[in-house]
Ligand binder design. Sequence first.
Ligand code: ADP
Ligand code: MG
Length: 782
Amino acid sequence: MLELKDIKKHYHVGDTTTKALDGVSVSFRRQEFVAILGASGSGKTTMLNVIGGLDNYDSGDMVIDGTSTKTFKDADWDAYRNNSIGFVFQSYNLISHLGIIENVELGMTLSGVSKEEKKHRAEEALQRVGLADHMHKKPNQLSGGQMQRVAIARALANDPDILLCDEPTGALDTETSVQIMNLIQELSKEKLVIMVTHNPELANKYADRIIEFSDGKIMDDSHPHIEGKKGEDFQLKRTKMRFTTALKLSFNNLRTKKGRTFLTAFASSIGIISIGIVLSLSSGFQKQIDSTQAEAMAKYPITIAKTTTDQTANQNQALGSDKAAKTSQKNKNKIVAKISDEDKAQHTNKIDQEYVDYINDINPELSNNIGFTRVVGMNLLRDINGEIKPVKLSNEASDGSLSMMSAMSSMTGMGVSSFPTQLDKQSGNFLAENYKLLSGSYPKADTDVVLIVDANNSTNINSLKNLGFDVKDGDKLDFDKIVGTEFKLINNNEYYTKLPTGNFIPNNDYQAMYDNAENEVLKVAGILRVKQSSTMNLLAPGIAYSNELTAKIVNDNKDSEIVKAQKETETNVMTNEKLDAATKDSTLAYLGGDSIPSNIMIYPNNYKDKDKILDYLDAYNKGKQKEDKIIYTDLAGTMTELTGGLMDAITYVLVAFAGISLVTSMIMIGIITYTSVIERTKEIGVLKALGARKKDITRVFDAETCILGVASGTLGVVIAYLATFPINAILYNMTELKNVAQLNPVHGIVLILVSTVLTMIGGHIPARMAAKKDAAIALRAE
Ligand code: ADP
Ligand code: MG
């Protein structure tokens, strides 16, 4: 069934050529026990390796069942070794990190036998070699004879046609040798067994046929065979190792050297640790910057005031001053009437309904909040212990006499905040989102007002005084004293009396006004405190009410007698004071004749959004006359982007350094895999002898580096995560910033992937080298 035709195999080392096989021609029967005898170095092992397909012959031909092997490709040889050949070596060559059953199963694993079938056949083979009682041991728990039995069982498990034994008893004592020989002889009843030995006694006692070897040539054959006509066509089943098998092999291997694997994983995780820390720091800093930005935005909103200073006008003036100095030379003897630079820079913003609509159209994703301040006076009366007194919703200090003038003075300062209810409809509930309810309820009706307190539950004393509470600095009030407090809102026609002179004065009969059934009732609905998490401290401590209330008052009063009268004259209808255009406007607004806000505050979410909003505001001014332009103030402007850009630069530098350590660990993994390859040379030989393909060998090592990569990545991420705690503690001590370093879970997963991929790349080259290793040489290695 097997015929060697003039097989030659020469080894060239330096200038010398060793003729390991020097024209060997021999045929073997399907079933016989052949012993090959010969001195050491006569070429016996080389012949077995050639027959077993572990080594390629240089010339001649080997014919298996009539099929020439001249045209065999790697895959054919792999399949041939796996299906047709069983190897038994002098030094057993068991894989020490696998259990006995797994060692026996390995060949079947490569040919894709199912799990149950594999186990069944492995147990059967082990029973056959008399190891039924030792099946669950590790190779290193067995005696030499037992190990050789395992090797025989492994060779048998895939039911090969040819059993090749290279000095199987060479390392065993006489008694054990006899047992092994008996076993091999028994197997030779059903297979072709070719056994190399240098023990003529054993050969004579057990073998059917003895071939003597010397210097790569057959000297004598006791029972030669002439191969007859062609046998049946030779069929080979391809082998293939699954990645899970490779993983298992590598995992077991790594498990036997836990300490080293851990150190390797740890050393190569350093790159991942540094990148993890850099990332967690930079994203933490970014978060910090974002929140600082948002806080700055909350403190310094974009402000559009009725009167403002045109910064660009001042700059132009400064640029032109040189020229101005020259011209003044010509006017030596004359006086030049000149508007001061400050006055020139004065700009009155003509905020009208169109502009308010324009502002309201700002993309809500850019700004959480837009505050409008409307200077509307409210005529309010409150029943304080049976006595009706005028009160007001203001934070302004006042001397108690709520005259028109003191009310007017509060216009400029404007101590009352209105919360943006329009925005509630777009972006959830502004108040509930940013303010914690301490008592009462969030406002439900337009006529509900709220008291805003700061983090220490204190509020502006004036707003309490103005509401009619008799308090001194530091006094404490119960919530329920304030919540539920009601006032009556009196409209202008009732509140002001027209004198025969045409002037108006506030009515003095508070009781009568208070009792009027048509009055609107305002109520302090609740007490709210700004949430710690909120960056929108839009509302100053004191009373706050909805924009709708303002709109309502304007609506009620815009056609009142006093408003009509004020519209027609250039003097104040109460004081007869002369009014210019601006003060007339504010007086009218105060009386409820105007709903246009005097002040707009825009709170962008961050600097980027702010820039977009500023672009939007600039777009409004495009092509407009200077006096029609609306000029805003952007206090936070100068801080823009500086911090963010710096952070980016620092992050890049740190990531570059971390990258270098990552590359270093990759090279290290390469070196470690390379050492592992050298260490596992024997295993590679065994795997090849069992029919593993080059690919499978690569896989075993790829699997190993994959495990290492995942391990080092995971270790690195865990360590980086743990490192954030001390880092945060140190940073907190140094900067008072809390939880700066935060490892994003997504970054963690990406880092593990990166580590795995990089280590696999680093280990792949040694893995390829391992796969290319000559199986015959690998098995000769000690
Ligand atoms: P045996 O098994 O009979 O002791 P071998 O088949 O191992 O002999 O070796 C036959 C000859 O081939 C020896 O001289 C040996 O030194 C040589 N040889 C075997 N393998 C190699 C190799 N890889 N490179 C060079 N010479 C080799
Ligand atoms: Mg040998």
